[in-house]
Design a binder for this molecule. Sequence first.
Ligand code: HEM
Length: 142
Amino acid sequence: DCGPMQRLLVKAQWNKVYGTSKVRDDAGHVLWKAIFNQDGETRALFNRVHGDDIYSPEFMAHSARVLGGLDIAISLLDNQAELDAVLAHLKEQHIERGIPDRYFDLFKNALMEFAPSALGRCFIKDAWSSCFDVIANGIKGQ
Ligand code: HEM
């Protein structure tokens, strides 16, 4: 369960995963590569932001927006009312863009590979899994 303790643990561990700006750029590259590798069709969703070149400034800015959104959501895991408001906004933005729910599973797979690479044995899999689901379920809409 993504209970109060799990929420605090994920917040603390995310801060380690998502520390400095260099790490943030690298995290974006690793995550998007892992998403595009799982389903090549997802790349076309990102034509507007140069999905064909994940090292382009346009794509890196996009990646920073997404991870920034995830950062906000995780930081609000212990504030359900504000979390709900943020997720409702993200949900609208993704519905507008026609992002199928199943793509959030690809994102989750990528995150669940990436986070332990930064945390090693400290990674608490069940907490990350259940708390990512809280966030993804709040954004999914189709
Ligand atoms: C927890 C997971 C996710 C979070 C927190 C998130 C967050 C965001 C944020 C903050 C934006 C920028 C909105 C704006 O400023 O207009 C965005 C845009 C977008 N997201 Fe997500 N996202 C997530 C998952 C996904 C997934 C799984 C996909 C598809 C594989 C996706 C596809 C897109 C697309 C296509 C855009 C618009 C790109 C553009 O600017 O043209 N997102 N997302």
